[in-house]
Write a protein that binds this ligand. Sequence first.
Ligand code: ADP
Length: 456
Amino acid sequence: MKIQNRIALIFTILTAAIIVSFSVFIFTFSRKNIENSFFHRLEVRSDIIAHASLDANKSRESIYYDFKEKHLEDLPNEEHFLIGAGEVLKANDLRSQLPLPSSFYNNIIRKEPARYMANDTSYVGLNIADNGKHVIIVSRAVDLYGLEELDNLKNLLMIGFLIAMIFVFTFGKLFSFQIFNPIRQIIRNVKGISAHNLHQRLVVDSAQDEIGDLSNTFNDMLNRLEITFDMQNNFVSNASHEFRTPLTVISGEAELGLSVPGISGEIKESFQMILRESEKLEHLTSSMLSLAQTGFDGTKEQWEKIRIDELILSVKSAIDHIHPENEVRIDFNGLPADESKLELNGNETLLKAAFTNIVLNSCKYSDNKAVVVRIGFEINNIVIEVTDRGIGIPDKEIGQIFVPFFRASNTIKYKGYGIGLPLANNIIKMHHGSISVRSTVGEGTRFVIFLPPYVH
Ligand code: ADP
């Protein structure tokens, strides 16, 4: 679960717990108040009836009914039980008729307030003495209005709780979304930074908060990374440059040696060997130089509008020049009807170097068997497929072929340095494209390159 949702949930659960506790408190407090005031009402009524029953001039029954009819409006299910002094039998009957806890009856005997509540019925008991007479009264009634009031309060609290939860969850989500906005912004920015635009930095908000700290920390890290990258790149570039001059001198000297008339066959062979190996080294150093330049900052190069079909044709003629015996065929069947879809924004020299490396590999690792270069347009991208029927790449090594200086185990009889593909990969990434490979040992290899078209 996303932290944003987790915060909204925790926020909602906490608020729910607070609202529930508060509602329980309000409900319990109100119920106690309503119960007490009803007990009090019942006691007042019992007291009046008991005193009226103690009047010496009238019989208990007639006083009770006269008084009740004249002054008291009946409470729901109201009943009174009067026991005069010495009416032991009646008292025993009452105990079995109203099975209330013995503490209730003990309180009456001790002349203390006796109150009890069971099944929504309130019971009160009084022990009253007047004019030398003595009477016990136990009354019961149901507080229907109080119960209704409590029911209303319960419903109100529940509806209030539900509405509050909807508000809290919605605002919780909005609130956490708001809080995480700057973090999402940072994630977007960081995702956009790669080896090719390492000079980019995160925008730091002027507010001196944790998000500002985080952006500053990221920027510091990027500064350190950029310096390290720069140092590594400069080292490779400088080293390659430094190698060039002595290598040119060596091959020049070898050529000079070869041009001396009358040298023996052995010496001639030795000069030829020096010339060949120094040419290889020259090729290696210039490849390393290109790798170093492309691996870091694409803005160094000049970009322009290029047509991919023309570029592939120029790759083919370069290969024809190097290996006239090649079997490279360009398949134009997949070309889009709209020619503008073949245009892309890029550096021609670098793209040509990348495709030449890939197609030359196909020729090399298939011993000049047929190689098909197909140009097409799919999913809003220019697609170039290079397919050969060569030696293939072993499954467990395929993931490493873009690592500089890596060469698969089945390439021993072929010359190479393991720089061509990493270089091609860097160039394609620099053009915001992608390269993937599928291969079966003994059957062949297919490279698929996607490049974004020119945005008109
Ligand atoms: P190399 O100079 O060795 O060709 P690359 O960087 O061009 O270096 O390629 C790296 C490795 O990828 C090669 O050594 C080879 O193992 C593998 N590879 C590249 N292209 C092909 C291909 N078309 N067929 C088989 N293996 C290939």
